[in-house]
Design a binder for this molecule. Structure first.
Ligand code: HDD
Length: 697
């Protein structure tokens, strides 16, 4: 009998003589059953009155299977619908016992299991990963004192100051309600209409127009808790805290044209990268840093620490690194885990508390509420992915899909009938900070929230030149997709408040003539805030190829020794090495053997790689110069400012793709060529090339 797992044709004819279907049972294959555990005899034919007759109502195998299928979908998240997640652990390296009674932050060396989900905000579940957008960065810590959810983003500030505006923000950003598009992008009238009329969004606009909104990988982006939270120690002393995640691989982004093309080339770019990295044992890792400060600092800080549109520069409150998070296990099942995980900002543990940030206060209601409709009822906390990994007991009972089976007569308190019923514990229990509140009840915003432009300017000034150019280009791109002139003009007026020079640059890119009036503002922009290096990605760039992808283009005639040398070097550096050939079966090497390929040329565009090598012979270069996909491969790599390594023979291909010599075009002509190329590639993109290739406004 042929082995059904290794013989490709063994299972082709599994339809029996009589038309019944049967994959060979037995061996390690357990029998398939219905949901009631009844073994199924045939899973491919419904029960019929005769071979060509009507299907019978009594076919419970069919009915159950189709009925379950009909109900497979649940509502997608109203925002952050598209995401990917992984399991891992958080390990504390420095105790914060002085500030908090949360054991997850006081027991050095303890590993707390985590489940972390990354997401885009605006797009639907099936949208592309590289849309320009904020990325969600939500971490569920399964601590021994209960679940703590740190539901953050990859940007430390937010669009709005009060949660009451959240539905408006999201309605404006998502597809326009009449036409149902555009998908997963802010480049349309309703978003910019809202933004232009919401001055408090200006700081955030700078961030989402920056390269932060097009990360290279989830493992190469920072994360932020955004709000100011509180920590409470054993004595009840309160300390303010802001949470930061720092990627071990360093932060990195793609460039905009690349992001657009990746959306087509691999819409799953980020989730695949996360999955593949974990499967390969290159576990994504972040440091957890905290900014700790007291009431005295909060009083003297230029802005209100309760205002989620502001950050505290690290130069003013340095980051204290207290631990690390490693993601080392992919989910077993996307739906059961990634889709059903329910993050709530209200999930905190003793020692961590809220502040009066009005955005945070509103979120605390919103997340719990949304899970009820998304996951179908109040028992979502009993799902395996949401269940705490410490004892959980209370008198909440029943409801749809209750999975716990509580015992005994007592489901109320106070009670006296049973000696072991649960009771609240004033010592170990969660206690809120007894903040003193007084004043009139009113709907109003504090005046301390009124400066909407100063940190926007500080952010812009903290960027390197290419990063500033990208912000301007992003505004130009987005506003070019806005049809309504008045909306564009209003955005320019907001930008003019930040800095008339920025507004002028964007106006020039749009071809917008005429004066740009400033929007009325209650607080003029402060020009005395010092630039902060921590706000730039490029200023902090550390050369490395770790976790990066090298794409090696080969064709018939390629020297296999060169490919092997590159592959070994890539492995040593912790980089992924992928071979792209005109045929997925591989290319014929110069030694007559086959060089295996990971991608066929059309399915492996250079946008999928951080750097490329053209390992081609004279014969190969000639063939590829006539192949549009190969020319585009090289042209895009050059236009996306990538380092290109090449054999001397590759010249015709470089010429056809319009590649001009510069530091990033490295010949592998001598024995040191490979090392030279890899060193240059580890330095990242060739930013000097950019102004030569595209208009910088
Ligand atoms: Fe939110 C999801 C992050 C403001 C209401 N949000 C959601 C997720 C993240 C954030 C990462 C996805 C969680 C997951 O992976 O399941 N949201 C933020 C941050 C904010 C923020 C960092 C500002 C600092 N959000 C915000 C406000 C509200 C919401 C002001 C409403 C008042 N967010 C939601 C939600 C979602 C959500 C509707 C959709 C699905 C879910 O909660 O579970 O409730």
């Amino acid at each position: 009998m042929p082995d059904q797992h290794t013989d490709p044709v063994a299972l082709l004819n599994h339809v029996g003589e009589g038309g019944e279907t049967q994959l060979p049972a037995g061996g390690d294959h357990p029998p398939m059953t219905t949901n009631q555990g009844v073994v199924i005899s045939d899973d491919e034919n419904s029960l019929k009155a005769n071979r060509r007759g009507p299907v019978l109502m009594e076919d419970f195998v069919l009915m159950e299977k189709i009925s379950h299928f009909n109900h497979e979908r649940i509502p997608e998240r109203v925002v952050h619908a598209r995401g990917a997640a992984a399991h891992g652990f958080f390990e504390l390296t420095e105790s914060l016992a002085e500030f908090t009674r949360a054991e997850v932050l006081t027991k050095v060396g303890q590993r707390t299991p985590v489940f972390t989900r990354f997401s885009t905000v605006a797009g639907n579940q099936g949208s592309a990963d590289t849309a320009r957008d904020v990325r969600g960065f939500a971490v569920k810590f399964y601590t021994q004192q209960g679940n703590w959810d740190l539901v953050g983003n990859n940007i430390p500030v937010f669009f709005i100051q009060d949660s009451i505006k959240f539905p408006d923000l999201i309605h404006a950003a998502k597809q326009e309600p009449d036409r149902g598009f555009p998908q997963a992008q802010t480049a349309h009238d309703t978003f910019w209409d809202f933004a232009s009329l919401t001055p408090e969004s200006t700081h955030m606009l700078m961030w989402i127009m920056s390269d932060r909104a097009i990360p290279r990988s989830y493992a190469m982006m920072e994360g932020f808790g955004v709000h100011t939270f509180r920590m409470l120690n054993e004595d009840g002393k309160s300390t303010y805290v802001k949470f930061h995640w720092r990627p071990k691989l360093g932060s990195q982004s793609v460039v905009w044209d690349e992001a657009l093309k990746i959306s087509g080339g691999d819409p799953d770019f980020h989730r695949r990268d996360l999955w593949d990295s974990i499967e390969a044992g290159n576990f994504p890792e972040w440091e957890l840093g905290v900014q700790l400060f007291d009431e005295a600092f909060a009083e003297k800080f230029e802005f209100d620490v309760l205002d989620a549109t502001k950050l505290i520069p690290e130069e003013q409150i340095p980051l204290r690194i207290i631990g690390r998070m490693v993601l080392d296990r992919n989910p077993d099942n996307y739906f059961a885990e990634t889709e059903q995980v329910a993050f709530c900002t209200s999930h905190v543990v003793p020692g961590i508390d809220f502040t009066n940030d009005p955005l945070l206060q509103g979120r605390n209601q919103s997340y719990l509420d949304t899970q009820l409709s998304r996951l179908g009822g109040p028992n979502f906390a009993q799902l395996p992915i949401n269940r705490p990994q410490c004892p959980m007991r209370n008198f909440q009972r029943d409801g749809h899909m209750a999975m716990n089976i509580p015992k005994g007569r007592v489901s109320y308190g106070p009670s006296s009938l049973e000696p072991t019923t649960e009771r609240a514990d004033p010592q170990a229990g969660f206690r809120s900070h007894p903040a003193r509140e007084e004043g009139d009840k009113l709907r109003a915003r504090s005046k301390t929230f009124a400066d909407h432009y100063s940190q926007a300017l500080q952010f812009f000034q903290s960027q390197t030149k290419p990063e500033q150019d990208h912000i301007v280009s992003a505004f130009v791109f987005e506003l070019s997709k806005v049809d309504t002139d008045a909306v564009r003009a209003r955005v320019l007026a907001q930008l003019a408040n930040v800095d008339p020079a920025i507004a002028q640059r964007v106006a020039a890119g749009l071809g917008h003539d005429g004066a740009i009036p400033k929007a009325p503002a209650s607080n003029p922009v402060r020009t005395d805030l010092k630039p902060s290096k921590a706000l730039s990605i490029l200023a902090k760039f550390e050369p490395t190829l770790k976790g990066r992808k090298i794409g090696c283009l080969v064709a018939d005639g390629t020297d296999p020794a060169l490919v092997l040398e590159l592959e070994k070097a890539a492995e040593t550096l912790g980089a992924f090495f992928k071979v792209i050939a005109p045929k997925v079966g591989g290319a014929k090497g110069s030694d007559g053997g086959t060089i295996r390929a990971d991608f066929q040329l059309a399915g492996g565009p250079s946008v999928l790689f951080d750097t490329v090598v053209l390992a081609v012979s004279a014969e190969g270069a000639k063939t590829l110069a006539k192949e549009a996909a190969a020319v585009a491969f090289v042209h895009d790599a050059f236009a996306h400012l990538k380092v290109i390594g090449h054999t001397a023979d590759a010249q015709p291909l470089l010429d056809k793709a319009g590649v001009e010599p510069d530091d990033g075009v490295v010949a592998l002509s001598d024995s040191k060529g490979t090392a030279r190329y890899l060193k240059q590639a580890s330095e990242g993109r060739i930013w000097d090339r950019e102004p030569k290739l595209r208009a910088v406004f």
